[in-house]
Design a protein around this ligand. Structure first.
Ligand code: M6R
Length: 364
């Protein structure tokens, strides 16, 4: 049932405020500023290292989580693609917690990577959408994301719920390790609690994004740029676009632009820049100006202050509401998803069942 939407993907994008509120409610009890994990939980105080493993969109959720765990909880983090991890046979030093992220909980490579870690990692934790899945069952601790059934092949609500659970876990880690003051913890918790509401505001940019997508739909190649927490999101934006619109899209960390990809820039290559006005904003803007100086067409996704400071001369701009830095990637996932969705609709591709793809990749 598409609940009045044209595609399951549109329905699942629109459901995000509600499912995020649900995910947050499960981990952040309403009456206190603390994190509650199911079952025996997990104490991060003795954890030496985290290894995060996943595929596709779930892998980009892990890349985002690396920034959170390192910056907020000061835990060294390694992130890997499951199909690489499993055959590289990496050593896992004592004190390693292995964490697997998977919507379906049945992805063959992620499951094989989990089995490799059995007996080698201190704890095996998973962040899953399907609680009865193989990955959930074979973990010491399974953390459900409460996104509800996701039908569209392109993952949307599962991604933002994965991010929310991973951020909550990083906050728990920061608190367990004494790396965060109670005030900072409650600031982050309020930012998370405020997210579903902000996401509704982000969804209101739908018409604007549909118009932008109309223009994007004639491009052959698109480049996505972001720094810090916006870099994994740039990767996710590019994956979404290529999956459902079949437009070739790539993402780079903004700082990498001059190390090669700037050679691609001309008036035919739209560049999507995701940059809320945060501590790294000026650096991203200078990369954006390098693109514009070469006739590159920039689509800037930012908050009002960011658009006021750097929106002059850009090709298209999309406004997002102001948001606390740590939760920004969860909010900015919305325009990335809508952009891919409307571009695919403009091109007339099969949004929910893109060619050559399966919802769950249970073979290698
Ligand atoms: O079920 P999983 O989360 O393990 O799936 C991982 C990837 O196959 C999945 O995220 C894929 O990249 C999606 N089609 C992305 O939209």
């Amino acid at each position: 049932d598409k609940a009045g939407h044209r595609h399951f993907m549109a329905k699942e994008i629109a459901e995000q405020p509600a499912v995020l509120a649900e995910a947050i409610r499960h981990y952040l009890p309403a009456d206190e500023d603390a994190v509650r994990l199911p079952g025996a939980g997990l104490d991060f105080s003795g954890v030496q290292r985290l290894t995060l493993v996943a595929c596709g969109t779930a892998y980009y959720a892990c890349l985002t989580a690396k920034y959170w765990f390192e910056k907020l909880a000061r835990i060294p983090v390694e992130v890997d693609i499951a199909s690489e991890f499993r055959y590289r046979e990496p050593p896992l030093p004592a004190g390693t917690v292995a964490l697997f992220v998977s919507q379906s909980g049945e992805t063959a490579d992620t499951l094989a990577a989990l089995r490799y870690c059995r007996g080698k990692a201190d704890r095996i934790v998973s962040v899953v959408n399907v609680p009865e899945s193989s990955i959930a069952r074979e973990s010491d601790l399974a953390l459900p994301i409460h996104a509800g059934v996701e039908i569209g092949v392109a993952s949307t609500k599962a991604f933002t719920c994965q991010l929310a659970v991973l951020l909550i876990l990083a906050l728990k880690a920061a608190a367990d390790r004494g790396e965060m003051t109670p005030e900072a913890l409650s600031d982050h918790i309020s930012a998370l609690r405020g997210l579903p509401h902000l996401m509704n505001t982000a969804l209101e940019a739908d018409d604007e994004i549909r118009d932008a997508a109309q223009q994007l739909s004639s491009a052959r190649d698109v480049l996505f740029l972001g720094r810090g927490l916006m870099f994994p999101l740039a990767l996710e934006g590019a994956l979404k676009l290529k999956e459902i619109s079949y437009i070739h899209a790539e993402a780079y960390a903004s700082g990498e632009l001059k190390h090669g990809p700037i050679a691609l820039i001309d008036s035919m290559m739209p560049v999507v820049v995701m940059a809320p006005k945060d501590a790294l904003f000026d650096k991203t803007v200078s990369n954006m100006q390098e693109v514009m100086a070469r006739e590159g067409k920039v689509m800037l996704i930012s908050n009002p202050a960011g658009l006021a400071a750097a929106g002059d001369g850009v090709w298209l701009s999309i406004a997002m509401p102001d948001v606390q830095d740590a939760v920004a990637p969860i909010l900015y996932a919305v325009p990335a998803q809508l952009l891919a969705y409307h571009t695919a609709v403009a091109k007339g591709t099969d949004v929910d069942q893109p060619r050559n793809l399966a919802k769950s990749v249970t073979v290698e």
